[in-house]
Write a protein that binds this ligand. Structure first.
Ligand SMILES: [Zn+2]
Length: 115
């Protein structure tokens, strides 16, 4: 049984996620993939040339997922950024890396979602 459902209409992956649906995914991520700080994740406008960003905002982690993305890519971006937070929890110096340790965490999230 998966902990996160990829959406009830998988045949229409090009639709945009609505804010309530996005909040539901964020809540499931919080419950399933713990990090040491509160995570404030929003659909919004990411920097030019990016589809998502995350940063340490002091007492919380912040994630922005570009609101122009379709549902599947928005969820993939949320997972991508969440894996950065998990790496940062383990080693703050690794925040921006896409090294082997990063992709292992990224893959572990997908594994848990899909199992
Ligand atoms: Zn990244």
């Amino acid at each position: 049984m998966g902990t996160i459902q990829p959406g009830s209409d998988q045949g229409s992956g090009y639709r945009r996620p609505n804010p309530g649906e996005f909040r539901g995914w964020v809540a499931r991520m919080r419950r399933t993939f713990h990090v040491s700080k509160r995570v404030v994740a929003t659909l919004g406008e990411s920097d030019p040339g990016t589809v998502g960003q995350c940063w340490d905002d002091g007492d919380a982690y912040a994630i922005v997922v570009d609101a122009k993305l379709d549902f599947i890519h928005a969820m993939d971006t949320l997972i991508h950024e969440w894996a950065h937070l998990m790496c940062c929890d383990h080693d703050p110096e690794s925040f921006d890396l896409h090294d082997d340790a990063y992709w292992i965490r990224f893959g572990a999230i997908y594994r848990k979602i899909l199992e």
